[in-house]
Design a binder for this molecule. Sequence first.
Ligand SMILES: Cc1ncc(COP(=O)(O)O)c(C=O)c1O
Length: 407
Amino acid sequence: MQSFQKWNSHDLRPFLKKGPAFFYDLDYLKTHAAHMQSTSQHISHGDLKLWFAVKANPLSFIIDTLKENQFHFDVASLGELSQIMKVGVPGDRILVTGPGKSEEFLNLAFHHRVGTIVLESVEQWRKIIPLSKETGHYPSLLIRLQIQWEQGEKSILGGSDITPFGMEAGDAKIVLQELVGTKFSFLGFHVFQWGNILSATKLHSIWKQTFQFCINLQPQFQVLDVGGGLGIPYDPSVSSLDWESSIYPLQELKTKFKIPQIWMELGRYAVGECGIYATKIIERKQVYGKEILVLEGGINHLARPALIDQYFPVSVYDPHFHFDLTKPLKKYSLHGPLCTALDFLGDHELPATLAPGDILIFHQCGAYGFTESMPYFLAHPTPGEVILQNEKLKMVREQKLANEWLV
Ligand SMILES: Cc1ncc(COP(=O)(O)O)c(C=O)c1O
């Protein structure tokens, strides 16, 4: 986790005049991305390819930083594909995934000559045949498999539940048969059902079962794409997942099962730690003895707490050392401005003298923040987006007031 103090050395206030904002530290992201690339290339001898799952944060500046650090890009919608094309990502660095591939999305993907398509159903396979004939483009294909796991765990991606992601083994065999004699090349499999895992041992166990399942289905193939799922801690007392310890088991499995290349599509682990969300306190009150802080922004900008009951770590923005952190902290319940009890951002211990106008910083907000939110509910301002690059802050998206978007 990045230091809580980091943002105190920057003047955030001018960016929060119209409302809350996300801030992304691109200098940190650059170092983090370079470290991920160099370590994984070193450990895998160049056989581990890193893709960025654009859904985690499609901001052009984030994409550009990762593009400069040799990342490839996984897109799951027409919007994501258009966005990375705007940033200048060439087709051979793009992989198209997702259970909902519209005609328009596939059309653009074929015209941009994307390198790889992940097939999530027999129907998707049959849909791309005429597009290839029309464009003369034959992308490499991965088949996404859905495995039925014995442990009954859930995850935001479905875990062991049955979901629309990927196909069962029987359908994969149909696609493999129909592929024979065509101009398409079958690259391998894609399996990904778990999110935010913080244990290298657990990742190893999931990957081991995945490798075995795929090899049982088809003894030889070129690529296994294990998706994302690497976690970041949202509780400051939990330690971060060590990148090297996660990569080594993949390298071992790759050698054991004789699979030439492993791909990973990272979202949260790639960009989660580079971002914060900052919002002012608008009211402090006590209700039946409970100390409550009402904030200018809440789950309308950061939906994760409402979706999975997990809260972001919080600190107070304190550039002038105004708060005496040697005094006992106070327990507050943090609530956003929406008229629903769902707008709860957790119970947190913070300085006892907090007052309206003070700013709170939510950490680990670089992934699944701005675009995973529900900004229009109750017509509050939409959040701004600010980048920190070469130690300078720059607003790249201003907050919008309701009169700028309500019709
Ligand atoms: C196909 C696919 N790949 C990669 C990711 C990124 O996952 P994570 O953020 O856990 O790394 C997702 C997330 O939903 C996904 O659906």
